[in-house]
Design a protein around this ligand. Structure first.
Ligand code: PMP
Length: 360
């Protein structure tokens, strides 16, 4: 039998796949709108698609286990050295490597209430103790998180913007926080949604790594780059931290198509810009819709927004019956709220059209 700390885990609940809902409800797949997993509704950029196709020609070979070309592309893009990069099978993989390398029995990880679900999951799977710090205005309370650090703390997880609340911590506050965290505590700054930040919100965490060797910046190609299905993420940090993560990393953890696609996507600024602009417009479309309906929402810096409906489970069920998939977040301690991802204009419109009749 598995040990108690494994049996106590409640598994991650992903958004319901379109094919599953179609079968459950007897709906045509094409009529279903999925706004549940913070995916990029624009799909994949053309240059990236071409790179994927080229990589398919060599699919009988193992991928480059060290991901040289993608790392080289990241070096050029961000001015880091190759030994400052670890690649992950999605950034979830990076988070798990952190837990595998830095956590374990008798150790603690600190994260915020309503923060991304993989932090408690990875902590628990490593047999460590998770310390959940109450949220402030649905976001991270950095002072309380500092106060929660004990001699057993090895990792602090911070998502900026946070999922599922979309809350954002300004760069200067993060920098001041880093200056106060003990040097033997790794701060994982999860920037999965950083490409969606407005120009006046942007900050340069990668530039802080030289000053804070205990900082690991984690990013992904799943969101703004439109590659969620390929599973590519990365961590940037001090070479000593990266070396430890590489020890627990699976060989060949990123597939060859993923490596090629990500390297191409990284330089497709045009696609990134279009994704940003479409997201900003979609965010406005949804929040104006909430306003018309008199619904509360939490201002979001990501590609999703969390809104208050009262009975989240019931409204979610009603939306599913209409072929609209959003994300219930009862598991995040927010049973009265639902999270909706920004979709195409037509998808957002469909969601807003069915929503009034789904409210209970
Ligand atoms: N961090 C945050 C805050 C997220 O919301 C997500 C995606 N749900 C991830 C990390 C992981 O994404 P991926 O593994 O696809 O990179």
């Amino acid at each position: 039998l598995a040990p108690a700390h494994i049996r106590a885990i409640s598994p991650y609940q992903p958004g319901k796949p379109i094919s599953e809902l179609a079968r459950e409800m007897g709906l045509d797949e094409a009529s279903i709108v999925k706004l549940a997993s913070n995916e990029n509704p624009l799909g994949v950029g053309e240059k990236t698609r071409e790179a994927m196709q080229r990589a398919l020609a060599d699919i009988a070979r193992y991928p480059d286990g060290n991901g040289f070309e993608l790392k080289d592309a990241l070096c050029r893009r961000y001015g880091v050295a190759i030994d400052q990069i670890v690649l992950g099978n999605g950034s979830n993989d990076v988070l798990e490597m952190v837990a595998g390398a830095f956590l374990g029995p008798e150790r603690e990880a600190v994260f915020a209430q309503h923060a991304f679900a993989v932090y408690p999951l990875a902590t628990q799977a490593a047999g460590a103790k998770g310390i959940q710090v109450p949220a402030k205005n649905f976001g991270h309370d950095l002072d309380a998180m500092l106060a929660a650090i004990t001699p057993a703390t090895r990792v602090v997880f911070i998502a900026n913007p946070n999922n599922p609340t979309g809350t954002f911590i300004p760069g200067p506050e993060l920098e001041a926080f880093l200056a106060r965290v003990p040097a033997d505590v790794l701060v994982v700054l999860d920037e999965a949604y950083t490409e969606y930040l407005a120009p006046d919100q942007r900050y340069d965490a990668i530039g802080w790594i030289a000053r804070f060797p205990n900082l690991l910046v984690s990013r992904t190609f799943s969101k703004a780059y439109g590659l969620a299905g390929l599973r590519v993420g990365y961590g940037l940090g001090n070479p000593a931290v990266i070396d430890l993560l590489n020890r627990v990393r699976q060989p060949f953890n990123v597939c060859s198509v993923g490596l090629a696609a990500a390297a191409a996507a990284l330089f497709d600024d045009d696609f990134l810009e279009r994704s940003y602009v479409a997201n900003a417009a979609g965010m406005q479309q949804l929040t104006q819709g909430f306003q018309r309906l008199g619904l509360d929402w939490i201002p979001s810096a990501g590609n999703f927004v969390t809104f208050k409906v009262g009975d989240g489970a019931a409204v979610n069920a009603a939306l599913l019956a209409q072929g609209v998939i959003v994300r219930p977040i009862g598991g995040y301690g927010m049973p009265e709220w639902l999270r909706v991802s920004i979709g195409l204009e037509s998808e957002n419109a469909r969601f807003l059209e069915v929503l009034p009749d789904c409210l209970v």
